[in-house]
Design a protein around this ligand. Structure first.
Ligand code: PAF
Length: 250
């Protein structure tokens, strides 16, 4: 597995792969890798000759009061995990190379990024898009894989690719849950035992709504109420939002 740190190392590997007519699949991550990331890598292998994983904790997508400095950084373990799943290369850029002095060009989505998670995290998705478009340009990837766990992020990225007529295939991959039903997520390491118990109610609520849907209920407000009832019954849960949306465009 190649470890690419500088922009020059990344672009020279990319150029060589392009010359060799190799298809490149990118799995962008912020590290602290878990089974969810590894499943993205397995999926990526189906689409390309070369699988490249980027690890970059992107400062531009964290708000002033968010967890940028605390975000788990486990590069040594991550590299071991990547060696184990036969990735071709890992791109580990420095912040000063991604956002060099004087950096002043950001990408902005003006609609779906402002709702749902975006309401509580103004600027978050613009930070995501800015780094993602840079990663696409630097890596020359033909395909990029993103988890459906961050469903709004996936939709915002798909919209960027469509709006900017970009020649890259976006693959949305299923989310992976732990045995207790909580989605695998680097940030779930922060949960205490009690918080973890409360977190189980999210999946339980979604499952209850799905059961009601499968039983024939097609009323969005009622489906929402079914999920809400289960989630609210769990102590320690404060709901930010719970909405039923169109799957394609939110
Ligand atoms: O989903 C993530 O880990 C990040 O938002 C991403 C896509 C790697 C951009 O920093």
């Amino acid at each position: 597995m190649k470890t690419l740190i500088t922009i020059e190392e990344m672009t020279s590997a990319r150029n060589q792969w392009h010359r060799d007519r190799q298809k490149i699949a990118l799995v962008p991550t912020m590290g602290a890798l878990h089974e969810g990331h590894l499943s993205l890598i397995s999926e990526a292998k189906k689409y390309a000759d070369k699988v490249l994983v980027s690890i970059f904790v992107n400062p531009a997508q964290f708000g002033a009061n968010e967890d940028f400095s605390k975000y788990p950084r486990t590069v040594e373990d991550d590299l071991k995990a990547l060696e184990g799943c036969e990735v071709d290369a890992v791109f580990l850029p420095n912040a000063a190379d991604i956002y060099p002095d004087g950096f002043q060009t950001y990408l902005s989505n003006t609609s779906i990024s402002r709702e749902l998670c975006g309401k509580q995290r103004p600027g978050h998705f613009d930070g995501v898009l800015t780094v993602v478009i840079k990663l696409f340009l630097l890596t020359g990837a033909h395909t990029a894989c993103f988890g459906k766990k961050d469903y709004q992020q996936l939709k915002v990225i798909e919209r960027m690719v469509q709006d900017l007529s970009m020649n890259i295939q976006i693959v949305g991959c299923e989310l992976i849950r732990d045995d207790d039903g909580v989605a695998l997520s680097s940030r779930n390491r922060y949960l205490s035992d009690d918080e973890r118990k409360s977190a189980c109610s999210l999946n339980a609520g979604l499952k209850a709504a799905k059961q009601s849907f499968d039983d024939g209920n097609r009323d969005a407000a009622e489906l929402r109420a079914v999920a809400l009832k289960v989630i609210e019954a769990s102590p320690g849960v404060e709901i930010e939002y719970l909405e039923v949306r169109d799957q394609r465009r939110l």
